[in-house]
Ligand binder design. Sequence first.
Ligand code: PLP
Length: 423
Amino acid sequence: MQFENKLDFAQGLDRSDPLRKYRDAFYFPKVNEKEVIYFTGNSLGLQPKHTQKYIDEVMTDWKELAVEGHFHAEKPWWDYHERLAAPLAKVVGAKTEEVTVMNTLTVNLHLLMVSFYRPTEKRYKILCEEKAFPSDQYMFQSQVRFHGLSPEEAIVEIKKRPGEHYWRTEDVLAKINEIGEELALVLIGGVNYYNGQVFDIPTITKEGRAVGANVGWDLAHAVGNIELKLHDWDVDFAAWCSYKYMNSGPGNASGVFVNQKYLNRKDIPRFEGWWGTKKETRFLMKPEFEPMENADAWQISNAPVLSMAPYLASLELFDEVGMKALVEKRDRLVAYLEFVLKEIDKEVESTFEVITPKDRGCQLSVFLHGQGRPIFEYLMQHGVITDWREPNVIRLAPAPFYCSYEDMYHFGQILKKGILELA
Ligand SMILES: *Cc1c(COP(=O)(O)O)cnc(C)c1O
């Protein structure tokens, strides 16, 4: 399709957008009494309007039933988390039994590393991307030290080539083979938080497994953004947060995938608690741990129902729309945003550069060669919510659920005005 950087053209795209009605299902913050153009769904997704109802329901049950709510609420609390597994499994391409929701992301990755990072004298190295999300770096370092190893020796980073802004799959595969028999675990962010790159999850997973390593993925920026087939790709394990593209609210519960082949196995160690035991006998309070037969075996504590409720509300929307429709709109919306950026770049002879490679989801990371921070601040003051990453990058992630083509057009006009005013 031939795009045009014109208001009526953008409005035309919105009119033919099958997801357009969902914009109205979310609350938008306001700046100068106008709804913002929201580009930070990759950081904290907007609040769906029906989420309040799900929380109120729990609050009312607590008020009226108190402890009886565990078993007699309309959605009983004791197995509330189980309601999330089936719709979430569809989002990540898994079997329902492979998915559970618990804790928060870094905590879950630590727990999964207990099961899937078991260094031996010979096989002890972890492969990750350079400049991984800081929480992941701290996690690797502390895990390695916990096993009595040194981070310098045990953690190997895949580098980008000099002058390039993204990782090449061939370099990842080469590194896997170079480490070979010493490689215990590959654990990479499926979509990079900084440049928006989508890693080739199936190819990397296959190669890692071929040299005998376990392969896990941090899907914080991938879930609800790209199509995933965790089961078919034979991923060993994965975890993700729910507050980015999944719109479940600040700091909310994390999802976990454990490949079916690891369920019901006695040889896989795990940190355990009572919510991982068979539900039929959980309240007999026996001293023996009998694991659930699904990924719930990794559950430890009783479910934080107040944070499960917004996740359930969000999943209802994902279930209704499906990843296929979201991905279709995403691709066109991001292509239009890129087009608008290029048009503005021509008009103002500015010098910004999209550093996101072709393998991408929602996010375009833009490197501002000239004025950086002042342009970011201008955008924020004029109702465009983006985020700033050192040294000179703004990240633009238009979530297909609630962002419109008209937003992209207006963003371009505000950006152009800002560049001209600040010049
Ligand atoms: C957002 C994000 C996190 C956040 O971790 P929490 O434990 O939820 O605070 C971790 N890893 C990556 C790659 C992220 O993008």
